[in-house]
Design a protein around this ligand. Structure first.
Ligand SMILES: Nc1nc2c(c(=O)[nH]1)N[C@H]1C(S)=C(S)[C@@H](COP(=O)(O)O)O[C@H]1N2
Ligand SMILES: [Mo]
Length: 209
């Protein structure tokens, strides 16, 4: 499991699961809306917003497939109170991608954009956390369509809704803005170790107004 998460006890004896979670091994797909079809000739991935050179960046599927590869094994925590232990992912690390498309110094947050306008916001340091992947593979196989093919974000130290499936863009932002579920009552930060499930739990400074 990830050792990167916040909330470890001072004694280091952190429980295996965040509070209020139960193990579920099957990792049944969970999402809002339809599963989009992947058309490689029409697919692209973009980095938009406040880049250092003010331009936007675009990768076709063959171009994205040539980026340096990374692998990581993480527990996956859904806000619906189940956790799937030890999911192996393969893809491109967020750090490797950001190195190709540097953000302006003012960038504090990113918005991850999926197909059909699904989105999730997070702090830049959460996006760049060790272990965060733009994943193309899971359990050594290409992602199944319902789990986000061809590309999904994996942010294992935050609740699962931040791990945007069918990822198409990352927007660099100079201020925080709520994504799809964050606008609908879910917590802006979503740290499972602090049980940050709902927006009413937000402390001052944990979310935009
Ligand atoms: N595009 C998109 N990504 C999404 C979702 C969604 O509805 N749409 N649901 C999120 C939620 S709530 C969870 S728990 C995970 C589930 O990932 P899985 O279906 O691969 O288990 O995907 C996340 N990514
Ligand atoms: Mo979820």
């Amino acid at each position: 499991m990830s050792e990167e998460t916040d909330g470890s006890g001072a004694d280091g004896n952190r429980p295996r699961l965040p509070p209020g979670q139960a193990v579920r091994h099957e990792h049944k797909p969970l999402h809002y809306g339809r599963v989009p079809a992947f058309r490689p000739d029409r697919w692209d991935f973009r980095i938009l917003g406040a880049t250092a050179d003010l331009g936007s960046y675009r990768w076709t599927w063959p171009e994205f497939s040539r980026l340096p590869r990374a692998e990581a094994v993480h527990d996956f925590h859904c806000v619906m109170r189940f956790s799937t232990p030890d999911v192996p992912w393969g893809g491109v690390s967020s750090a490797a991608l950001v190195a190709e498309a540097p953000p302006a110094p003012e960038v504090t947050h990113v918005m991850a954009w999926g197909e059909y306008g699904y989105s999730a916001n997070m702090r830049l340091d959460d996006f760049l956390r060790e272990g965060v992947l733009l994943a193309t593979h899971r359990y050594g196989e290409p992602l199944p369509p319902e789990h986000g093919a061809p590309l999904r974000l994996v942010v294992p130290h935050l609740y699962g809704w931040k791990s945007v499936k069918w990822l198409r863009a990352v927007e660099y932002m100079t201020a925080d803005r709520r994504g799809f579920w964050e606008e609908r009552g879910y917590h802006n930060r979503a740290d499972p170790w602090r049980e940050q499930r709902f927006s009413y739990q937000e402390e001052p400074g944990e979310g935009p107004r």
